[in-house]
Write a protein that binds this ligand. Structure first.
Ligand SMILES: O=P(O)(O)OC[C@H]1O[C@H](OP(=O)(O)OP(=O)(O)O)[C@H](O)[C@@H]1O
Ligand SMILES: [Mg+2]
Length: 175
């Protein structure tokens, strides 16, 4: 499982912060759907939980897809990546819709970073279309469609993980 992907230090991971608001995320999901609309139709959407649940709901709504399944994978404890754990695979019904290889299925996640999660889901469903909202360079080759690329040393802060807080002025040393 992604034995070739180097381990990144916290410094390499969190060099730059890229905070995303709900409004921005919704717009980026809609932009993603415009692209996916050219590729479909899809039998079902498969969300990679938990981060993929939010974009999957928006994309499925925009594409008019009502069959939604999940693959439940955990690997990060905040910004530290551990071993990937597959907590749940696709259901038998969804696997049948994808003909056993994922053909006609749309896999959605919030982002690819090192690509470890993406490689795992691609191995599970090699003919599925894999879409993410954001992509970092190491994971980008695994994604069929994405909207915004950020550098590898950028950490994306999603709106469901954050809250508004005071920021010191830039001239006082804020990053
Ligand atoms: O390309 P990678 O380096 O594998 O990282 C990308 C994955 O990491 C995050 O999930 P995480 O494992 O943190 O779980 P979560 O979705 O429940 O937050 C994110 O939602 C992607 O699924
Ligand atoms: Mg995830």
């Amino acid at each position: 499982m992604a034995a070739d992907a180097p381990t990144l230090s916290s410094q390499e991971r969190a060099g730059k912060a890229f905070p995303v608001s709900w409004d921005q995320f919704h717009r980026d999901c809609r932009a993603l759907t415009w692209r996916l609309n050219e590729v479909g139709p899809f039998h079902a959407v498969v969300a990679i939980t938990r981060g993929g649940l939010v974009p999957a709901a928006i994309v499925a709504r925009e594409l008019g897809v009502r069959v939604i399944d999940t693959v439940c994978i955990a690997s990060y404890d905040h910004d530290k990546q551990g071993e990937l754990q597959v907590l749940k695979g696709v259901s038998a019904d969804t696997a049948k819709l994808g003909g056993g290889t994922g053909k006609g299925l749309l896999i959605v996640d919030d982002l690819v970073d090192t690509g470890k999660t993406g490689r795992l889901v691609r191995d599970m469903m090699p003919d599925a279309h894999f879409a993410t909202v954001y992509a970092k360079p190491m994971g980008r080759p695994l994604v069929d469609t994405y909207i915004t690329e950020v550098s590898q040393d950028t950490w994306i802060f999603f709106p469901w993980d954050t809250a508004l807080s005071f920021q010191p002025p830039i001239r006082d040393g804020a990053a």
